[in-house]
Design a protein around this ligand. Structure first.
Ligand code: ADP
Length: 430
């Protein structure tokens, strides 16, 4: 007949204590699993389903009392004996441990000769009780509940402070981006001015010398133009964050804005062997919108579709009129009865993991390692600054619209593709 050693979980943050108890109990024939703090203690207990738990009380994070209360509330562990093992020997510690749900209490330092025997007793069903009967038990339980509420209050205060600190750091970050972008813009304008002058001079030089110089100047102009776009994107982000993105609205169709973006990106898509299909956009209602900003939003979505789709892939752009209510749970905020134009960008690219589908709209967020990126707008996986989507969403929202992503997941081999939905409200005439 085979004998299975009882499994003991020891929750303790001190290495030396863990080593000592492990040695004693292993020698006595027990199997030992360990956890160094309260939260991992709960995880290990759920995973390992031990026969008994030895619980240190003074552990980081949740203390031993709270971990015990939590473990006793889990059906799979409700009947597992939990024994407090602690150096706390103040008046009431034993009662507090029992009120929290412990079945017994062993004071530290442990007695090397007795520990294995004590553990065997608790495994055999020993259960300690608070002295003084049910009435005393109730008093200790009330005191323990009160302590829990006090602890909760302390934790909430700590979290509020940490949140205020995070908000302050976030404000500093936004200020820094705004200042850096403004400071960069002025010298960049000066450089652009000189470059235009140099281009004129280069054109007047004799042919061979002139050609080399012109090619170099054109290279610098291209780089500078890219820098200007980055600085403008940083400024736009700060405008969106502070709600100061001014729209120059006029009566327009989305067709104009989509075609403007398409004309800029079509050469890159062809170079990558991709097919971009734009389904008929005629017959859609006119909307009051900033056509430049819409173009910027569609450009970002289209260039992402190109970037995150392998060579030879397909990108489909379609649009339809829809009622907010039809969108149901997909976008509950739009679930009213207003009319929207819904524009859908669908690609056959690498896709996006469900848990990333919201985060990709955060500033500077990139799914992949930042060190691998280039700032290309169209190269396969050529990630940028991580501002394209937050800007696009900011533009959609400034128009009273919405933007969200859908995908089955991310797989660079199978390419499940992504779908981006943009909703722009149609201002119905009364
Ligand atoms: P980036 O400059 O990195 O492209 P974006 O804000 O435009 O920044 O996008 C953020 C991240 O969202 C990208 O780094 C990419 O991982 C993911 N992403 C955006 N569009 C797509 C898409 N069409 N397919 C797959 N992933 C995408």
């Amino acid at each position: 007949m085979s004998f299975k050693a009882p499994k003991i979980l020891y929750v303790e943050d001190n290495n030396m204590n863990r080593l000592l108890v492990r040695r004693i109990l292993t020698n006595a024939g027990y199997e030992i699993v360990e956890a160094e703090d309260g939260l991992s203690g709960i995880r290990v207990a759920q995973r390992e389903l031990p026969d008994l738990i030895l619980m240190d009380i003074m552990i980081p994070g949740m203390d031993g009392y709270q971990v015990t209360t939590k473990l006793k509330s889990l059906p799979e562990l409700a009947n597992t004996p939990i024994v407090a093992l602690t150096a706390k020997t103040l008046e009431g510690d034993r009662e507090r441990a029992l009120a929290a749900g412990c079945d017994g209490y062993i004071p530290k330092p442990v007695d090397v000769d007795k520990l294995a025997h004590q553990v065997a007793e608790f495994l055999g069903g020993r259960q300690e009780k608070i002295d003084g009967g049910a009435e005393k038990e109730l008093v200790w339980q009330q005191e323990y509940s009160q302590e829990l509420v006090n602890r909760l209050e302390e934790k909430i205060t700590e979290l509020q402070k940490a949140n205020a600190e995070l908000r302050r750091t976030d404000e500093l970050k936004s200020k820094f981006i705004s200042m850096a972008a403004h400071e960069l813009r002025t010298p960049l304008t000066v450089v652009q001015g000189y470059l235009t002058m140099m281009l004129d001079i280069g054109k007047q030089l004799p042919s061979e010398q002139g050609e080399i110089l012109l090619a170099s100047i054109q290279g610098i102009i291209k780089g500078t133009d890219r820098l200007v776009i980055i600085v403008e994107e940083m400024l736009d982000i700060t405008r969106i964050e502070s709600g100061t993105l001014n729209l120059h609205r006029s009566l327009t169709t989305i067709k104009d804005a989509i075609m403007m973006a398409f004309n800029k990106l079509e050469p890159a898509a062809s170079e990558r062997g991709q097919t971009v299909t734009i389904e008929t956009l005629s017959g859609l209602p006119y909307i009051q919108a900033d056509v430049e900003r819409l173009q910027q939003m569609f450009f970002n979505l289209m260039s992402n579709a190109i970037k995150y789709t392998p060579d030879g892939g397909a990108i489909n752009i379609s649009a339809r009129v829809t009622q907010g209510a039809e969108l149901g749970s997909q976008n509950s905020a739009a679930g009213g009865s207003d009319r929207f134009i819904e524009i859908i960008f669908q690609d056959t690219g690498i896709g996006i993991e469900p848990e990333e589908q919201n985060r990709i709209f955060d500033h500077f967020y990139e799914v992949r390692n930042v060190e691998l990126h280039s700032t290309s707008k169209t190269r396969f996986m050529g990630g940028g600054l991580g501002l394209g989507l937050p800007l696009a969403r900011g533009i959609a929202e400034a128009h009273g619209g919405f933007l969200w992503a859908e995908s089955e997941g991310c797989d660079e081999e199978k390419c499940p593709g992504s779908i981006f939905h943009v909703l722009l409200p149609v201002q119905d005439k009364d």
